[in-house]
Design a protein around this ligand. Structure first.
Ligand SMILES: Cc1cc2nc3c(=O)[nH]c(=O)nc-3n(C[C@H](O)[C@H](O)[C@H](O)COP(=O)(O)OP(=O)(O)OC[C@H]3O[C@@H](n4cnc5c(N)ncnc54)[C@H](O)[C@@H]3O)c2cc1C
Length: 416
């Protein structure tokens, strides 16, 4: 784990590799180098084989597992136990070449592993951690409903106890990864009233259970369409499926979203930097009207502004991740949200700018910008939309919230 000052500060290595180098230990530094090499040598040359295809390249998962980046920042049960700082910069490295890999790392490693590690029972950890580390299994998340997204405390899916079993009824929508997921973590109200932060319970539900039905896969701006509308009719699960404690479901969500948001911010930053690096290089080559585009202030200044924002954001992400490592993941939840919503917006702006600099080519699938734009545009809506994260920052600023982990894994206020 990173401990600033615990070891002599190593000299900078290989250009920008890494301003973060002074803060991560030797093992993490080597990992970051391996990830960069892997992405540059193995992913970059074949990336356009699957761009625009309807599927994430699942065949790459074992290689990611081999690299040790399927497991993320968690200790014990065979998890490597890295820092938020190192993981953030792993995500950045992945996103610089292929944002969908960073997304996978975030969803599979961050959300799935994060939730198991933070909130799973010992039995659930023993069962799930090896599978997640190997990349051989996973689960989808069923929080959002057709009528309730940001206001999760009002969800209508409910469950009641019947002996040693729970019976779940309701509908979920936008459940990502349902085309493959053998399980879905379903959130259902088990006590309390609509609007209460407590009383929602998470259940690990096999997707093959009787009464579990995928109604449709929804088409989105970012096809592939693995986002499902799901219906549960009298689905029965054993009591051992309860995840994170009875009535504590929204606390589970808050904890793993908070942790994942910093990695996701770093991956948006990585993709933004990729777009701007490419735009700068192309502006030096392309020469309409007989001189390189880079000679025009109309080309320069928008890029200058975006690169400036990247530099500032990089510093804030680094500081925030470091504080999470030093003082606890929830100690800087306000800053985590700041990093996240800003990074997602910045990435979209950088992709849009790169498209503009590349002209028609930028709009095509021969470049990666439209792919990056589609991927990262969703983050302004999902896992706590831009507005919900700004609401969170405002909550801390104006005294409606305090920086603390949900007590006993219960939600502080129920917002996403
Ligand atoms: C591609 C994709 C993948 C997804 N994957 C999953 C998944 O795997 N599992 C899952 O459970 N869900 C998933 N979602 C759902 C996602 O989490 C929700 O879309 C999100 O929480 C917003 O909910 P909503 O769409 O119902 O918007 P609403 O809650 O209806 O809000 C509509 C708009 O109003 C804004 N808004 C809401 N309240 C306020 C306020 N108080 N002040 C200002 N603005 C406000 C919102 O930010 C949003 O922009 C996914 C969505 C997409 C698009």
């Amino acid at each position: 784990m990173s401990q600033a000052g615990s070891a002599p500060v190593p000299p900078p290595v290989e250009g920008d590799f890494y301003d973060v180098a002074a803060l991560v230990d030797e093992e993490d530094r080597l990992l970051l180098k391996r990830v960069r090499t892997f992405m540059e040598e193995h992913v970059a040359p074949v990336i356009n084989v699957y761009w625009g295809k309807a599927e994430f390249p699942f065949e790459v998962i074992p290689a990611m597992a081999e690299l040790g980046i399927a497991g993320l920042a968690y200790h014990g049960h065979g998890c490597p136990g890295r820092s938020f700082l190192a993981d953030g910069f792993v995500a950045l490295e992945l996103a610089r070449i292929d944002p969908s890999m960073a997304t996978f790392m975030g969803v599979h490693g961050g959300l799935a592993m994060g939730s198991i590690h933070l909130c799973g029972s010992e039995e659930q950890k023993a069962e799930w951690v090896p599978k997640l580390l190997e990349g051989t299994s996973g689960f989808a998340f069923g929080i959002t409903e057709p009528e309730h997204g940001s206001d999760a405390t009002h969800m209508e899916t409910s469950a009641y106890r019947d002996g040693d079993e729970w019976v779940i009824n309701g509908e979920k929508t936008w459940s990502t990864g349902m085309h493959k997921a053998p399980f879905e973590l379903i959130f259902a109200r088990t006590s309390g009233d609509a609007g209460d932060g407590e009383g929602i319970t998470a259940f690990l539900v096999p997707t093959k259970s009787p009464g579990f039905e995928v109604v449709e896969f929804l088409w989105t701006f970012n096809m592939p369409t693995d986002h499902a509308h799901v219906r549960l009719t009298d689905v029965r699960v054993p009591h051992a499926s309860v995840f994170g404690g009875e009535g504590k479901g929204l606390g589970v969500v808050q904890l793993f979203f908070n942790e994942n948001r910093i990695r996701q911010a770093a991956s948006s930053l990585g993709a933004a930097e990729y777009c701007l690096d490419r735009a700068i290089a192309y502006a030096g080559e392309r020469a309409p009207f007989g001189k390189p585009l880079s000679h025009n202030q109309g080309i320069q200044f928008p890029i200058v502004e975006l690169v400036t924002q990247c530099e500032m954001l990089r510093a804030l992400i680094r500081q925030t991740a470091w504080k999470m490592d030093e003082y606890g993941a929830f100690s800087v939840s306000k800053e985590v949200s700041m990093c996240n919503y800003w990074a997602n917006r910045l990435c979209c702006e950088a992709a849009d700018r790169a498209m503009q600099v590349f002209g028609g080519l930028g709009y095509s699938r021969h470049q990666q910008f439209e792919h990056i734009y589609r991927h990262h545009r969703r983050y302004r809506i999902t896992e706590g939309s831009e507005e919900i994260q700004m609401r969170r920052v405002a909550g801390y600023l104006f005294g409606f919230m305090r920086q603390q982990a949900p007590k006993g894994v219960t939600s502080a206020d129920g917002q996403r």
